[in-house]
Design a protein around this ligand. Structure first.
Ligand code: DGP
Length: 121
């Protein structure tokens, strides 16, 4: 099912549909992963479900397969990017206080250097 033209459609929908360019590193029927265009670490990849879920607060039990698959894809990408052994961080920002900019659920995969404390105090 395409989200094109729905109010939920975002820039990530356009990337998933190939309407705007992105450095895509993985794609299957469920998930697309591409490099963040404003990277905060040597490796900064966004993993996005192909179908729009606006935020992690909107998930239901029906989304559990895609959410689990995103974790598996993240682990495999960490290996292929060479950051699995040293370690990495997965982040899902949610809504205003979480700093979410794009309202299409996505998980950040970050690594390639020590990432410091989880949050600035
Ligand atoms: P968040 O704050 O969690 O919603 O993160 C959104 C991220 O998306 C941010 O790190 C920058 C990235 N981003 C925004 N627009 C684009 C785009 O058009 N292409 C790519 N590759 N990344 C984008």
């Amino acid at each position: 099912m395409s989200d094109e033209g729905t109010p939920k459609d975002t820039i990530f929908g356009k990337i998933i549909r190939g309407e705007i360019p992105a450095d895509i590193v993985f794609r299957d029927d469920t998930v697309t992963a591409f490099r963040d265009n404003s990277p905060r670490a040597p490796v900064h990849i966004l993993l996005v479900p192909n179908h729009v879920i606006p935020t992690i607060a909107d998930v239901t039990e029906a989304d559990e397969p895609v959410l689990g698959h995103m974790m598996t894809v993240a682990a495999r990408l960490a290996e292929s990017e060479g950051i699995a052994e040293d370690g990495f961080r997965l982040i899902v920002n949610c809504r205003d206080h979480g700093g979410q900019e794009v309202y299409h659920l996505h998980m950040h995969l970050l690594g390639g250097r020590p990432l410091g404390p989880m949050l600035v105090r």
